[in-house]
Design a protein around this ligand. Sequence first.
Ligand code: SF4
Length: 424
Amino acid sequence: MSTPRLLYADGQGNILDHPGLGMAGSAGGRWEPVEESQCIPLPPGSELFLLPGRLPVGVDDSGEFEVMEIDPANGASNVSAVAAFLAPAHTATLWSAFQTRPNAPVLPLFAYAAVGLAKERMVVTAIRVDPLPRQDPDKFPPAQRLQESGRRLLRKFRHNRLMQHLGHCAMGYGCPAARNLMLGRWEAPLPTAGACNASCLGCISSQPDGPFPVTQERIAFTPSADEVVEVAMHHFTNALDPLVSFGQGCEGEPLTQGDLLEESISRIRARVPQGTINLNSNGSLPGVVAKLMDAGLSSIRVSVNSLIPERHQAYYQPRGWALADAVESIRVVKAAGGHASLNLLTMPGVTDRPEEAEAISTLVEHTGLDLIQWRNLNIDPEIYLRVLGLTPPQERIGVAELIDGLRRRFPKLKHGYYNPKLPA
Ligand code: SF4
């Protein structure tokens, strides 16, 4: 069994490998040694982060954990831990192991996978959960081509505020879904909601009193049904393998725009009898979901950080709804013959605890869920654990092992990362 070498950052931000310490990882704050067999090469499109105010943790030859305080290269003490922000379609199985210095800054809203060095290349503790190439960096053409098709679309739809907003998302933020709309392929986003009925600890578009800087501007207007339908019809008419999705990172909760969605969906459905119309949501309003199914919605993806009510409550801070409503929304979609996914915001050492695994199985058994999307939860792990009132796990299954176990127990249940285009 071979162990990758520990990576750390020196005072200038250079990433170096430690001559004597092996790689370690963290699961909910519990440090674990890492074997090469648990790793994959760093996926193209991933980013490397230096973690300010965090000391790297490695494993010495006797298997003991060692907090690294001194740079072996120059004896300096300003070393930092490093982590990888994984490319889409990959789920971390262990996060970076570190020890936080007093007064260290809060980590921004990203996921921090463990990264090391093996056979002279960077490796991460992760698995690829979805083979679809939708957001693979090598599938995106040069920026110039994106700019050309984007500008062409924005000229053609200069009157449509939603298309203009998505043009900004694609060419300003580099949002993969908005880029795919500009490039005429796969899943197109249809954001509509400026408001939300929750205050997630890790909301990327709104942090009124949260500790984190937002990473995404929230849509500042409510598009009309005409604008929504026009964007959707352009995509269904022109794109390769099209599907459209309400509920994006740049908005609040789409179910708060129930009437707009109902009108838009029924008008799109009238012209596209077979197209996949999906809703990404916190699942808060099952009554509205039922109306949208009647209007022609195809599928729902309900996001949760946990299926343990108090952990969901602590993270989502829902206003006027609870986890049971989110589960009911899945049930409503299944009862209406639709496709239902769970967007499971995953953190090793939390999601793979035995009680979480049992709750996932209970949900699948009781709802007939079709797909679990294993998305990394983007958050400072120590703040997350503190808010959920969790200490490092005594026992955990392992993220990859949890998925394998669910595959055996529920052979029909799929696992992935992206919303599927449903068969006609
Ligand atoms: S449900 Fe979505 S939009 Fe609402 S607070 Fe949570 S992450 Fe933000």
